[in-house]
Ligand binder design. Sequence first.
Ligand SMILES: Nc1nc2c(ncn2[C@@H]2O[C@H](COP(=O)(O)OP(=O)(O)O)[C@@H](O)[C@H]2O)c(=O)[nH]1
Ligand SMILES: [Mg+2]
Length: 202
Amino acid sequence: MKRCAIIGKTNVGKTLFLINFAEYLGVKSFNIEFVNNTGSKTSEKIIPQTAVSYLVDKNPHKTRCLQSIIINVPVGKGKKKIKIVDTSGFIDGIHPNIEIRKAISQTLTTVRDSDIILHIIDASAVKNKDLPSSMGEVDYQIAQFAQLKKSYAILANKMDLPGANEGFEKIKQEFSGNLIFPISALHKTGFKEVKIFVMHNI
Ligand SMILES: Nc1nc2c(ncn2[C@@H]2O[C@H](COP(=O)(O)OP(=O)(O)O)[C@@H](O)[C@H]2O)c(=O)[nH]1
Ligand SMILES: [Mg+2]
């Protein structure tokens, strides 16, 4: 089964994207698997709406353990299984909390083991350098690392917010040569292009 990892700084919208994109692909309920940093697993079946209130938060670092879902996507006459993995947000520099540091190191392993990498950048926060989700040094590092993969794309998220168009232009300049899709995880816009990209690579 192919694995698709969603990576990016904290608060850029990774978890909301995972839930809404899965719903867009036709998922009615998720079996969400949680893996904590000691490696033990638990799983829970929940509907997308519950998942949003449970897992998406305006406070950074709500996601401290991996959440993955397995989706059956129609390919031709058949179906293919794909595992989409949500990850802990990266930050610039070294986080003082050891649990968060461990979760971030787990994210690097996930990137290494994945077939498709979706790197989310908050287009609305590109201008404001002080938000946790602002594009930063770590985004360039992620791009360098993830570019080694054949299937790597950047998702410029929060295109519904003011300033996002400017941010999108800046992202295109800084990361030229990469595939970049403008999306809104909240309003589920731009998902068609992302779907085509993912389907093409599984
Ligand atoms: N306006 C807007 N807000 C978004 C969008 N995507 C995520 N958010 C908000 O950004 C915050 C962080 O989202 P979350 O998915 O928890 O980010 P994560 O830390 O990257 O997993 C939440 O308050 C979301 O509702 C978007 O496309 N538009
Ligand atoms: Mg999250």
